[in-house]
Design a protein around this ligand. Structure first.
Ligand SMILES: CC(=O)N[C@H]1[C@@H](OP(=O)(O)OP(=O)(O)OC[C@H]2O[C@@H](n3ccc(=O)[nH]c3=O)[C@H](O)[C@@H]2O)O[C@H](CO)[C@@H](O)[C@@H]1O[C@H](C)C(=O)N[C@@H](C)C(=O)N[C@H](CCC(=O)O)C(=O)O
Length: 490
């Protein structure tokens, strides 16, 4: 709780219990911020907010009605004001902990969770990212990868009260463009990679890069920005456009960097490489799969370097790295064939996973891919995934990936028409598709279950529907068909 004159430059003095930007959740004695959105305008809900108990309305446009006893504060930019006020209301939580932001198209979750897991061995850590916030045994669901400002500050404040000393935050381009993290004091910002994504929202690659660039400008002058030397286009863009206050460190495989990996060798269950760090070389073995996860590992190690860990400690911290749920996760099936579950959200990720699969399977073994078919709205994505699947997959099972508005069978058939160089079948029920793959797999085949990763829900137009998850279903199928599944995991 705060007094209103602690939050705003006003002479009135009454208590404020909470902050809100959605009128549907406004509580008594609160502040409501009217935000102009993409579909509606928060100014339309100012009266609703007052009805629900708001005592202060922060707005930028003129309002039709004003009620006595309510303080109306007009500002130029409501999101800027929201950031300023949320910081004060929650006692500047990000200044009381080490805040590490991770941005990039892919790898945000793997890097954020890996840094969290490794650092947890030294200090109490929290994580905010793909649909939840976690610290200790607390898990708070959120609707976004990067939650909105009030949620962020409230959660960071709870973490501080629970003695959390550091936090990793996944920072999406939406989050940056919509000013969700503008008032967070970042100590370290990490860049993974950039590919075409969310151009429906950003419009152009330049706008997308500009949105991501902002994170690096938000890092304080004592902090570090950690860049991927192999992402030449983004680094060039930063050099031309960014005003960065912080120190820089780089990691890379193909381009010279502060921390480098060479002689990368990928295996079905781990990856090995030579780690070049401050003139020393160490042979390293990590349980993360694929060349792209070498970059993610390097990003993690560079964060440890920024935190001034001695080299020996950085190298031994590699032992704390473990696979991330639903991200290139090799299931323990004890079957003669292998099963990998991956989230695989973007087209380039399909290419990476298929190339990895091709490089690790035996010459006469098959890649059997279960692919969730993109909807009618994403025809371009559908075409591009089909093209890559034609090149690498031996068999494809086309199935659902969330319940979309269009007809599932039509979408599957349209995609099947594109799969001319590989054998495919349509099984619209995702559970049946997984069972079918496991029934047909033989020695050393590799089943790839793609598109849902860790998710235990199916999105639908009426909200999320329960779904046990790809891993659960696959292990259950193995147990039922082969009797060899690990019961404690299913
Ligand atoms: C594109 C985008 O991010 N849109 C966000 C944006 O929506 P919007 O501009 O359409 O908002 P709006 O519905 O017009 O509402 C405007 C304001 O009126 C308020 N309102 C609205 C209705 C009402 O009855 N009362 C009320 O007060 C809203 O709370 C809001 O403050 O502002 C809304 C409220 O803040 C967000 O809920 C909404 O997120 C949408 C739902 C969303 O799905 N966002 C996704 C794309 C997103 O953010 N994804 C990223 C990236 C994920 C990734 O990397 O893949 C993420 O970080 O999760």
């Amino acid at each position: 709780m705060k007094r209103v004159n602690e939050l705003f430059d006003v002479k009135e003095d009454f208590k404020i219990i909470s902050l809100h930007s959605d009128s549907r959740y406004v509580g008594k004695d609160s502040v409501f911020f009217c935000i102009e959105g993409l579909t509606t305008d928060g100014h339309r809900y100012a009266d609703d907010a007052v009805f629900q108990g708001a005592k202060v309305i922060v707005h930028s446009k003129p309002l039709k009605r004003k009620y006595p006893g309510v303080l109306y504060i007009q500002v130029k930019d409501v999101l800027d004001e929201l950031n300023r006020v949320a910081n004060i209301f929650y006692d500047y939580p990000s200044y009381k902990m080490t805040v590490i932001g991770i941005t990039g198209t892919s790898g945000k979750t793997v890097v954020a969770l890996t840094i969290r897991d490794v650092l947890n061995h030294y200090l109490k850590m929290g994580y905010i990212g793909t649909n939840d916030a976690q610290y200790g045994s607390t898990v708070i669901q959120s609707s976004y990868t990067t939650p909105e400002t009030i949620f962020l500050h409230r959660t960071l404040n709870e973490m501080v009260k629970s003695d959390v000393k550091g936090v990793t935050i996944e920072v999406s381009s939406h989050g940056l463009a919509l000013k969700r993290v503008d008032s967070i004091d970042f100590d370290i910002a990490v860049f993974t990679n950039i590919h075409e994504e969310h151009l429906d929202f950003h419009g152009t690659m330049e706008n997308l890069m500009r949105a991501k660039m902002k994170l690096f400008e938000l890092v304080n002058e004592k902090g570090f920005v950690i860049l991927n030397a192999d992402e030449v286009r983004f680094n060039h863009f930063l050099a031309q456009n960014a005003k960065i206050k912080a120190h820089r460190l780089t990691y890379g495989i193909d381009h010279k960097a502060d921390i480098m990996a060479k002689n990368v060798r990928v295996f079905i269950d781990h990856t090995e490489f030579d780690l070049f760090i401050k003139d020393e070389v160490y042979h390293v073995n990590v349980p993360l799969l694929g060349r792209f996860n070498v970059s993610n590992t390097l990003a993690t190690l560079t964060v440890l370097m920024a935190l001034e860990m001695p080299i020996e400690q950085i190298v031994s911290a590699i032992d704390y790295i473990s696979p991330v749920d639903g991200r290139m996760e090799l299931l323990e099936t004890h079957t003669p064939f292998h099963v990998i579950v991956d989230f695989c959200q973007y087209v380039h990720a399909y290419g990476q996973v298929f190339r990895f699969a091709k490089s690790v399977i035996k010459p006469n073994s098959r890649i059997i891919a279960i692919i969730g078919v993109p909807s009618k709205k994403e025809i371009n994505k559908r075409n591009r995934i089909a093209k890559i699947a034609n090149k690498y997959c031996d068999q494809v099972i086309l199935t659902q990936e969330d319940d979309r508005d269009d007809n599932m069978l039509d979408s599957c058939e349209a995609m099947q028409d594109l799969l001319k160089e590989t054998v495919s079948v349509i099984v619209t029920d995702r559970r049946v598709a997984i069972y079918q793959a496991i029934e047909m797999a033989c020695n050393e085949d590799l089943i790839l279950i793609l598109g849902k990763g860790h998710e235990q829900f199916m999105k639908s137009s009426v909200g999320n529907q329960p779904y046990p998850g790809d891993k659960y279903i696959a292990l259950k199928a193995v147990e039922e068909i082969f009797g060899g599944g690990k019961e404690d995991e299913i």
